[in-house]
Ligand binder design. Structure first.
Ligand code: ZN
Length: 88
């Protein structure tokens, strides 16, 4: 399981934000300087075989540090058809 995003995957997260939502603005400081981090956060039980943990892409406000997390499965970031995931 990849715990880091490739550059192509980070661009895909940014594209998701720009197409599914309005131009992202920080809810804390209203800046529009979000950056997609390469690390993937794993939330929930990682040892339970029958309940896969949530994997989240982290998007950070470059001004105040507020962190937005997006579910990688909802975005389709690790879909089998996504060849960019194989590089990581
Ligand atoms: Zn902010």
């Amino acid at each position: 399981m990849a715990n880091r995003l490739t550059l192509a995957q980070r661009k895909r997260v940014a594209r998701h934000l720009n197409t599914r939502a309005s131009a992202p603005r920080c809810p804390m400081c209203n800046a529009s300087s979000f950056r997609v981090r390469p690390e993937v956060s794993v939330l929930g039980p990682s040892d339970a075989a029958d309940d896969a943990p949530l994997r989240a892409a982290n998007v950070v406000c470059g001004y105040c540090g507020f962190v937005v997390q997006l579910d990688c499965d909802v975005i389709g970031l690790f879909d089998a058809s996504d060849t960019s995931a194989a590089a990581s």
